[in-house]
Design a protein around this ligand. Structure first.
Ligand code: NAP
Length: 248
């Protein structure tokens, strides 16, 4: 039997990279997925095909997760259309890198809003319904940088570290009602987000990975599947590092 049969999931940042990898994995495991991104994506047709091959549906929905009004109304609409989500993956994220002393306040605000505040807003809506059903798995996409810090990324590191503290705290609030909340902390994953880094920086980062390769969206999707499924029924308030050993 498929691991997520009859489950319904909301995954943000579904159009590309890690989010798309998670959607593909969930669909293949029999889960109906609502994928949220900012605009119609090139992935939509292929994800719909994977869904129909697996006897489920994929719904692409659009909102700016950094805009409270937009994300609130779209997530509420998807929640009522779905009848409630069993799984929530807050994965949408951005970087606005720069040294702290030169960083514009707007770059700080944008990253905190998109990476951290959005998770708070979406969890609030989705977990309210999970609380009534007394079950659910919430997965928040943090980063190795949220654990160890990173020069040139104070805004991003603060958002990802905040996500870990937020998730552990929420796990304590909702655990008694059967809801689990965990983070994944990816290391260096080959996506559009890391493709913009200079080639020599990419090479030196990969050199620092004990497994000597960049991670793939599928690597992260494997951890997301574990956390979404009953295989992790006794796992909550954790941060699962998926970094090829980079954080060691
Ligand atoms: P990516 O390839 O840049 O994709 C980002 C995704 O987020 C896209 O689907 C994008 O949608 C969506 N998104 C961004 N801003 C949004 C907004 N304001 N409203 C709605 N959707 C928005 O990034 P990725 O590498 O897959 O990263 C996914 C997550 O993993 C992020 O939270 C990132 O911080 C985290 N992470 C990545 C790495 C890595 O090495 N790649 C490492 C650690 C953690 P559109 O296509 O519509 O723009």
């Amino acid at each position: 039997m498929a691991l997520l049969e009859k489950k319904k999931a909301l995954v943000t940042g579904s159009s590309r990279g890690i989010g798309r990898g998670i959607v593909e994995k969930f669909l293949a495991e029999g889960c109906e997925v609502w994928g949220l991104c900012s605009k119609p994506s090139a992935a939509k047709a292929e994800l719909e095909k994977i869904a129909s091959d697996n006897g489920v549906a994929f719904h692409e929905i659009y909102a700016d997760v950094g805009d409270e009004e937009s994300v609130t109304s779209v997530v509420k609409g998807a929640l009522s259309e779905s009848g409630g989500f069993d799984i929530l993956v807050n994965n949408a994220g951005i970087t606005r890198d720069g040294l702290s002393f030169r960083m514009k306040k707007s770059d700080w605000d944008d990253v905190i809003r998109v990476n951290l505040t959005s998770a708070f807003l979406i969890c609030q809506i989705v977990s309210n319904d999970m609380l009534r059903k007394r079950s659910g798995s919430i997965i928040n996409m943090s980063s190795i940088v949220g654990v160890h810090g990173q020069g040139g990324q104070v805004n991003y590191a603060a958002s990802k570290g905040g996500l870990i503290a937020y998730s552990k705290s929420l796990a304590k609030e909702v655990g008694g009602r059967g809801i689990r909340v965990n983070c994944i902390a990816p290391g260096f994953i080959a996506t559009d987000m890391t493709a913009v880094l200079k080639e020599d920086l990419q090479k030196s980062m990969i050199d620092s990975v004990p497994l000597k390769r960049a991670g793939t969206p599928a690597d992260i999707a494997g951890a997301a599947l574990f956390l979404a499924s009953d295989m992790s029924a006794y796992v909550t308030a954790q941060v699962i590092g998926v970094d090829g050993g980079m954080g060691a």
